[in-house]
Write a new protein. Structure first.
Length: 134
């Protein structure tokens, strides 16, 4: 391998649209519903402005699949409201089991945050050592 190639700096390219954020869609939906009942359309609008999804807003089918899954597990309940104008809307509300699931997510995310904080400190220390070695 030529010397110029061996010295080339290697970096990891991270995607701007982080697919790992999709796994946070369900707890964010639960949190939004904890604030009050909402239709799927209302949730989509709120999710699109949520900082977690600003670079990669969730897709419409994904949100509705998540709501169906949350309903199947008993975390949300829904009913169809008759239209005042336009089509009828299905309105979702947080069920008691959903409040418990939200609390479980909070505990899980706090633990993940602590793990991530330790990892960031490790990476930062390794980066600082590399800078000093230069």
């Amino acid at each position: 391998m030529p010397a110029s190639r061996s010295r080339r700096r290697r970096t990891i390219t991270l995607r701007a649209a982080n697919p790992g954020r999709r796994r946070h869609l369900q707890p964010v939906c639960l949190a939004l519903l904890a604030a009050g009942p909402a239709s799927g359309y209302d949730l989509l609008r709120s999710l699109r402005t949520h900082p977690l999804f600003e670079n990669a807003p969730p897709d419409v089918p994904g949100v509705y699949r998540s709501l169906q899954l949350l309903a199947r597990h008993g975390f949300v309940r829904s009913n169809i409201l008759p239209p005042l104008h336009g089509p009828a809307r299905r309105v979702f509300r947080l069920a008691p089991a959903g409040r418990q699931a939200l609390n479980d997510w909070i505990a899980r995310l706090r633990a993940e945050k602590a793990d991530l904080d330790r990892t960031v400190r490790l990476l930062a220390a390794a980066g600082a050592r590399r800078q000093r070695a230069r």
